[in-house]
Each structure stands twice: as C-alpha cells, then as structure tokens.
Design a binder for this molecule. Sequence first.
Ligand SMILES: *[C@@H]1O[C@H](CO)[C@@H](O)[C@H](O)[C@H]1NC(C)=O
Ligand SMILES: *[C@@H]1O[C@H](CO)[C@@H](O)[C@H](O)[C@H]1NC(C)=O
Ligand SMILES: *[C@@H]1O[C@H](CO)[C@@H](O)[C@H](O)[C@H]1NC(C)=O
Ligand SMILES: *[C@@H]1O[C@H](CO)[C@@H](O)[C@H](O)[C@H]1NC(C)=O
Ligand SMILES: *[C@@H]1O[C@H](CO)[C@@H](O)[C@H](O)[C@H]1NC(C)=O
Length: 390
Amino acid sequence: MAMQRVYSGFICLIIGLILSTKNQLCRAGITSDYVRNYNSNMDMPLNSDVFRVPPGYNAPQQVYITQGDHEGKGVIVSWTTPDEPGSNAVLYWAENSNVKSSAEGFVVSYKYYNYTSGYIHHCPIKDLEFDAKYYYEVGLGNTTRQFWFVTPPKPGPDVPYTFGLIGDLGQTYDSNSTLTHYELSPQKDQTLLFVGDLSYADNYPFHNNIRWDTWGRFIERSAAYQPWIWTAGNHELDFVPEIERVSNVAYNIINGKCSPVRDESAPVYITIGDGGNQEGLATEMTQPQPRYSAYREASFGHGILDIKNRTLAYFSWHRNHDGFAVEADSLWLLNRYWKLEEPAICPAELETNLLCKLQQLSTPRPQNKLQSNLTDPKASSSPYIFSGLT
Ligand SMILES: *[C@@H]1O[C@H](CO)[C@@H](O)[C@H](O)[C@H]1NC(C)=O
Ligand SMILES: *[C@@H]1O[C@H](CO)[C@@H](O)[C@H](O)[C@H]1NC(C)=O
Ligand SMILES: *[C@@H]1O[C@H](CO)[C@@H](O)[C@H](O)[C@H]1NC(C)=O
Ligand SMILES: *[C@@H]1O[C@H](CO)[C@@H](O)[C@H](O)[C@H]1NC(C)=O
Ligand SMILES: *[C@@H]1O[C@H](CO)[C@@H](O)[C@H](O)[C@H]1NC(C)=O
C-alpha cells in the first residue's frame, strides 16, 4: 500500500545505476519543479465522441491488434460485435496486392454481475512478410470495417525499433490528450508497450464493465493500426468486493526489503504512469529523494523508447502540456551486455560523456563476469519499464 501511495499518479523515473551518459545524469536526484495543470479528472461522459459506436448493424467495434508471435510475422486481431457473434474471420491483403487471404478466429463472451459482454473475437494471422503494410477487414455483409498495420522488420541485433510507452491511461480528457499527443508524435513509433492500468473501470460500482467497452472504442484509433503489447496493472484485478492489491513490481526498494548497490552492469529502471487516469494529482513522493533515484516528475504524458542498435537506445518523456515534439526528459541507454570488462578508458571527468562512451563501444569486448552466464544477450538488453501503481 505504501508503494501505491508513493507512486500514486505521477511519473517517476528511477534510474538504477547509470549506464547512460547524458550530461544531465551527473546531477544526481532531480525532482522536477514542473507542476501539472490540475483540471478535472472526470472520465469523459458516455456520449463523448471518442466512445461513439460505429454505425451499422452488429458493426465490429473495439478493434485492436497485438503481436502474434515472437518473430514479427504474426498479428492477432481482436474486436467485439454487440448484437450477435457474426463472423470470426479476418480478411487481409498486402498493400499493392489483389490476393486476399482469410484467417479464422474464435469468439468468447462473459458476464460480470449485471453486465453481459458483447461477442469478443480473436483471430491470429500468421506467416506475414516482414516490414510490410497489410490491410485487414472485419465484419459481415454490409457492416465491414477496414484497418491496416505494418509488420516489424526482420529481427537482428542492429535493427532499429521504436516503442511508444503509455501507462495508467484511463478515459479522462487527459487520457484523450495523452493519446492525441502520442499519435501526433513526430517520432515513428511502431508498437506500443502498455505498462498497465488500462480502463479504470474498477473504480465504478461492480467495476462497471461498460467502461471497458468505452475504453476499447477510445483506444481503437491507435490500437487497430499498431500492436499494443499489454502488461496488467493493479487496476486489472477484478476481485471484489474489496481487494488486497498486490504489486506487480518485482523489486520494491522502498519497503526496505532490498537495497540498491552500486553496480554498473545493473539494469536501469524507468517507472512511468499517468497517461491521464481519474485518480488525480499525486503530491506524495518519497522525501528526501532517494539516492538511487535520478529523476522524477509528476506530469501526464507518454514515453518513447527508441532502440537504435545493439548498444544504444534513447528514452524520452513527452508531457501533454508541452508541444508535440518537446522532450521533458530524456536519456541514452547503453546495453549492459556490451559493457566492458576493463575499467573505463574514458578519463573520470568524461565518464558521463556520450561520445567517449560511444568510442568505447565501437570496439566490443568480452562481456563482464556478471553477464557471463547469460545465454541470451537480448535478455539483458532492455531497460525495465514499469507503470506507477495508482
Ligand atoms: C449495473 O449496476 C450498476 C450499479 O447499479 C449500474 O451503474 C450499471 O449501469 C448497471 N449496468 C447494467 C449493464 O445494467
Ligand atoms: C445490405 O445492403 C443491401 C443493399 O443496399 C440491402 O438490400 C440489405 O438489406 C442490407 N442488409 C442488411 C443486413 O442491412
Ligand atoms: C479527443 O481528442 C480528439 C483528438 O484531438 C478530438 O477530436 C476529440 O474531440 C476529443 N474528445 C473529447 C471528448 O475530448
Ligand atoms: C550504434 O549507434 C551508434 C550511434 O549511431 C554508433 O556510434 C555505434 O557504433 C552503433 N553500434 C553498433 C554496434 O552498430
Ligand atoms: C549466474 O551467475 C550468478 C552470479 O555469479 C550466479 O549466482 C547464478 O547461479 C548463475 N546462474 C547460472 C544459471 O549459472
């Protein structure tokens, strides 16, 4: 519970031991003085434009895609039909091709207290080409709907890829602002990593699941066109009446059960939240700012994780209240797998100098002891990204 209070409704970047090199990171422990504009945190009303039901009898709604395999040649298309099961099929074709293929999925539905869901369809599509644009169509007869997606490039150690990062989205006006900012971001994000806490339907009596449907219609404008990859957060626990919330964070350093040590090959933790949910402005942060925390700030927004190649990635945070291209905070991340065994050859005063580090990286050397038993280099390559628990 302490964790939830502390992380309630803000974005907090916990940067463990810094492998990254941007100068601002020399300044240890910054709490940004940015103050969020505190408007209403009300959910958008049910009759809002973003929740509009598509026209036509039994029209597919809440369309979204997610990655369908580990390679990037598969996609799973999901959608809901309100009136009857209709068709489980997805028709799809490559851009500039007349050959249409059809994949067959399955349908499920559920009841939750007084709520009965629509017909929820999931349909895997396999054996797609890498790096290709496909159109797809769901629905039957007169009420079909068309969307498109682009498959990822063939995987490789130096293939660049850009992830969007959103957590704690909810369905307030701020949520809409976050999604709009994300869509208009000049960076070419290819897949969204959703770090947990989706609809906040659980804040309604009986977790009114109508708010899952509105949320599904709200995010369709992005999630039907690029894969959203999901993590469940504490708001996805539908135990009732009153639940004991559990943290999905594996390493909790604020409960005193473990403590950080200085180790340059340790991962970097970035905790983000506040895509705009209804829980409001959090003013509480652990005081004083702990030594292991490099930067923290309370702002609605989204992140971008831009993987450049095997050694280098760039993280940036984009506040809703700034212009679309403004980065409120950013840092370079160096893959610890390529960390040198030998002491840094950069002089101490240049330890945080990016160019100096890049020079080191241009001559890959054996991995250090800590990594020597990792079989998969990729396993150690990513920063860990968590949503703030709110
Ligand atoms: C279920 O009950 C809740 C609480 O009374 C109400 O707000 C909601 O609209 C009801 N849902 C349906 C589908 O009737
Ligand atoms: C589909 O469209 C045709 C031609 O416009 C119409 O005759 C038919 O009634 C429509 N079917 C449905 C189910 O709406
Ligand atoms: C949500 O944002 C979109 C895009 O900016 C806008 O067209 C729409 O009117 C907004 N809806 C609400 C309810 O604010
Ligand atoms: C990764 O990208 C950086 C910046 O463009 C470059 O300096 C570095 O050599 C690249 N590393 C590899 C392994 O390609
Ligand atoms: C990997 O190395 C760590 C630290 O040296 C050790 O504790 C762990 O048992 C090793 N794991 C395997 C699978 O060898």
